[in-house]
Structures are given as C-alpha cells and as structure tokens.
Design a protein around this ligand. Structure first.
Ligand code: AMP
Length: 438
C-alpha cells in the first residue's frame, strides 16, 4: 500500500487553519469590493504556451504535463498571466480600466521551505488598462489597509521603480543587457546582504568600481522625499530614471491624499522583485517579525497583456500570499481563532422533543446564529460535553418542562452561566446579545 500522505510542498488545511485562512480571504474580499473591484475566476490549468516566455528564469518552476489528447498543459504559476489571457480573449466585453480581484491556488516547483510551498493560494488585485499613478497608489493603499485590518504590527511597504534600478545600472556604466543581472543580484539583497550581492555582481562580470557604485546607490535610505531627491541628483542625465522618480513622487502624493499613514511605506532602491514582467513601480510588504521574506508583492507590468492582446494595456497589481499571511498570523498570534463555525448547540432531550428542537434550531439560523443540532436524543450531560468539546459556546435545552413553561434554557458553556429565555423571543434575544458582544 502506498504511504498515506499528501504530496511534498502541498498542504492539507484542516478546519482550525481554514477558519483563519477564510477570515483573511473575507477581509481581503471586503476591502477589495469596497474599492469596487470585481471577482474573476479562471482555470488552474492553462495551455503551456500561455505561460511560457513570460516568467524569465522562473519558467523552469512551471508544472507541465500532457493531457490525454497529447496537448501540452501547465498548472498556473500565478494569476497574473491568466488575467492577461482573459483581458485579451474577452477584449470586447471588459470595460477598461477594469478592477478585478481573484483568489485561488498557484503552483511552482520550488524547494519547499518555511512559508514557501509548491501549492499556495494567492489573492490578486489588479487595475487593468490604466497608466495613472493613482492606480498604483490605490493598489498600494489597499495593501496597507488590508495589512492594518489583519492586525500586522510594524509592517512596511517598500516602494521602488524598475527604471530607478535601470538608471542605477546605466549610470554605473552597465549595458542594457547587463542590467538584467543587476536586478537578479539586487533582488537577493535581504537574503545575502551587501557583500553577497557584491560577490554576485562581480561573478556576473560587473567591474568592481561599478559594483561598488551600484551598492552605494541601492542602499540610500531616509524619508521618501529625501531618497528620491538623492536619487534625482545621482541619476541626473538619465531621462528614464528621472521619469521614474517623478512617477514615484506622483504615486506617493496619491498615497498621502488617500490617507495612508507615512510610516506604512518607504522608498527602497534595493527592491527589485523577481518577476521579469514588471516595467514600472514595484513594491513589497515586509514585517520585522518575519525576516524570511515578503508578505506580498506586486507592481506595474505595462507590456505583459500586450503579448496576448497585440496592443499595450498598462496594468498594475499585487498578489497577497495567503499561506504566508496565515503562517505569520499564527506565529504572531493575530486574528480570531474560533474552534468551530457554530455558536449554538441545540440538544435533544428525548424523542418527543425532536421536532420542537429542530424548529428552534431553524429559527436560530434564520436569526443569523450558526447552530449545530445533536443527532441522538438522551443524556444531556453527554450532549453538553460534545458541544463544549467542539468549542460551541451556547447549549440550548428544550425539555418537556421548558415546553410547558414556554421557555428555553440557554447554557453558556464558556462562562458557566445558565438562564431561561422565553421560547417565542429566544432567537432574537440571543442574536441581539451576540451582536452586542455579550
Ligand atoms: P509573486 O507572484 O512571486 O510576486 O508572489 C506574490 C506573493 O505570493 C509572495 O509575496 C508570497 O506571499 C506568495 N508566494 C509566492 N510564492 C510562494 C510560495 N512558493 N509559497 C507560498 N507563498 C508564495
């Protein structure tokens, strides 16, 4: 018999984990819809060629296979390339600019590690068809709003622009082709440090003086206005870098106007972001409590959709990594930890009371109270234990005496209290008490 186990790098999510994961997803959905984003769902499987040629070095991580008809298929690597396909395929039906959100699994053949899996869930937000810096600002503002709503302490969103790194490479005397190696080396800055990046740059053929210059520039720190002013001075003469700096200034003005607190973002010229399709602003959220990697990241990718659509469709977006958010929230003890979905447990006193008890359960649910029912009448003590073991807070009893008096006994298993409420009003009284947090 084969071992009973799940596939390496892919996880089962048991109920306790799922409840926190759903809380995260519900929070992100609520905030996305508050900004008018619309849901989109696409298949997990795409034609291999849809994904190929868009991911640079990461292409080797794609899971590819042949179906029964010999077609070359692949599991999606992210939800961005499928969005690009959809935008091109339904061009006539989608009014641009289009704000869409999407939640689902993606697959990468990575080496599994803490916070890194082969199947993981992403919640994506993108604004398709707008080059406005307000689109970048809105995505970043939602990111900050979401991390604050989830309770992440001390998170910071690092902001950069691909053409700032490009400019740093150019003023350091590197050719356009060599700049690609600079992105890749700088991307590892937080993992391997300045010395590691230096070694990597030298290995890729960058001269020592150029490597030192690059390292000095990518380590400029300070308030956003200071960092941008310093870069403006150092990159003077590089038109594309200066345009990038002006663009980042406009994005930051948008963030300020949207009310994003200044301590929630920073300009970090060392932020590269791995994916090769980014063309403009890039960003990544980090927290000092999780040095292993970013919580999420995104950026502007103005050329990707054009590969499918045949015309440029500027787009900016981000992907929340649900697994990573969940892992960090567990570790930092953030978010609610319900043990079950039910709040009330309706006991069954005896066979004669089953119908009345089921009717009571239906009333509670209609009043918005999640309710479990016992499945076997008899021994109330055992039923209370069952409710308590599951983590259900309230146990309700409707025996012959209660029915005669027109009452229901409500036992609060967590507080060890008990009271009798009028049968006719029990559902509304409990619903009211629960919404008031009693
Ligand atoms: P990316 O699509 O590479 O820009 O990643 C966006 C976010 O998805 C990251 O910041 C992570 O939170 C999450 N993510 C990416 N790869 C993985 C993975 N292998 N396992 C878990 N989460 C991941």
């Amino acid at each position: 018999m084969p071992a009973i186990q799940n596939v390496k790098g892919m996880r089962d999510h048991l109920p306790a984990d799922m409840m926190l994961r759903q809380y995260i997803v519900n929070t992100l959905t609520r905030i996305s819809e508050a900004h008018g984003f619309e849901p989109l769902q696409t298949p997990v499987i795409e034609y291999a060629e849809t994904l190929e040629g868009k991911l640079g070095d990461d292409e080797k991580l794609i899971y590819r296979f042949e179906d029964h008809g010999g077609r070359r298929l692949a599991l999606r690597y992210d939800q961005t390339v499928p969005l690009a396909r959809v935008t091109a395929q339904y061009a006539g039906q989608l009014a641009l600019p289009w704000r869409r959100y999407a939640y689902g699994p993606s697959y990468r053949g990575e080496r599994p590690a803490r916070g890194r899996y082969r199947e993981f869930y992403q919640f994506d937000l993108d604004i398709v068809g707008s080059a406005s810096p307000l689109a970048d600002a809105e995505i970043i503002a939602i990111l900050c709003e979401a991390l604050a709503a989830l309770g992440f302490p001390g998170f910071v969103t690092l902001l950069n622009h691909r053409q700032i790194i490009g400019g740093i490479a150019r003023v350091s005397g590197l050719s356009e082709e060599a700049a690609g190696g600079v992105y890749r080396a700088i991307d590892k800055f937080d993992k391997i440090g300045a010395e590691g990046v230096r070694a990597e740059l030298l290995k890729s053929g960058v001269a020592e003086t150029a490597a030192d210059r690059i390292l000095e520039l990518v380590q400029i720190e300070g308030a956003p206005a200071e960092v941008l002013a310093a870069l403006e001075q150092r990159l003077a003469g590089d038109e594309r870098a200066l345009a990038a700096i002006a663009n980042l200034r406009a994005v930051i003005a948008g963030l300020t106007a949207m009310g994003v607190p200044a301590e929630q973002y920073r300009v970090a010229p060392r932020l590269a972001r791995g994916l090769s399709y980014y063309t403009g602003v890039v960003f990544e959220a980090i927290t000092p409590h999780w040095p292993e990697g970013s919580l999420l990241g995104g950026g502007r990718y103005d050329d990707l959709i054009g590969l499918f659509a045949g015309r440029n469709i500027p787009t900016v977006g981000l992907a929340f990594g649900i697994d990573r958010l969940h892992d960090v929230m567990l570790e930092l003890n953030l978010g609610p930890r319900p043990r079950t979905t039910a709040v009330a447990f309706v006991t069954l006193f005896g066979p004669e009371q089953v119908a009345d008890s089921l009717a009571l359960a239906a009333e509670l649910r209609a009043a918005g109270i999640n309710t479990l029912i016992a499945l076997e009448p008899g021994n109330l003590g055992k039923q209370f234990k069952e409710a308590d073991r599951r983590g259900v807070r309230l146990a309700l009893v409707l025996g012959p005496d209660e029915i005669a008096r027109g009452e229901v006994v409500v036992k609060d298993l967590q507080r060890g209290e008990q009271r009798a409420l009028p049968r006719a009003a029990v559902a509304s009284l409990l619903a009211e008490a629960l919404t008031e947090g009693a």
